[in-house]
Write a protein of this length. Structure first.
Length: 158
């Protein structure tokens, strides 16, 4: 499980001086990021590539784009999104049943049910709050629904 306090300190140090402190941030977060990527992709080599590419992207981010709160939620989201983007670019058609996006992940459930979720919701306007609630509802519905023959299709940019 990710130590949120260590992550907060590591992220704060990166924001203060990225060049000197990024390696510590990487060492603190790489295993957690790999766990998320591998949980979705189910391929060790691809998951390692995703994590390496993601940390390069994080390193290149301007300091003002890095979070100063809820770092674990942010990290989970960026790893998940990067993994899904990788999968979409790698495969033309994919069955949704192939993706197991931590349906039963205790850490994510704790995040959604915990103080972090409540703090996040307080900062949102009513429209943003509704969007987040709908996403959580859809995720919970996905746990109990069987999805047959629904596939991702990659849009071509022609």
């Amino acid at each position: 499980m990710m130590n949120k306090n260590k992550l907060h300190i590591a992220m704060k140090m990166v924001i203060e001086n990225k060049e000197q402190n990024f390696e510590m941030f990487y060492k603190e977060c790489k295993d957690y990021a790999f766990k998320i990527a591998f949980g979705i992709e189910k391929n060790k080599k691809d998951s390692e590539d995703i994590v390496q590419y993601l940390f390069l992207k994080i390193y290149k981010l301007p300091k003002d784009k890095l979070p100063s709160k809820n770092e674990a939620s942010w990290l989970y989201t960026v790893v998940k999104n990067e993994t899904l983007n990788y999968i979409k670019s790698k495969r033309k058609d994919m069955n949704l049943d192939d993706l197991q996006i931590y349906k039963d992940d205790i850490e994510i459930s704790n995040l959604i049910n915990g103080a972090s979720y409540n703090e996040l919701m307080k900062k949102l306007n009513s429209e943003e709050e509704l969007i987040v609630k709908l996403i959580v509802l859809i995720c919970n519905m996905y746990k109990y629904c069987e999805i047959n023959e629904e596939k991702f299709t990659r849009e071509t940019t022609n």
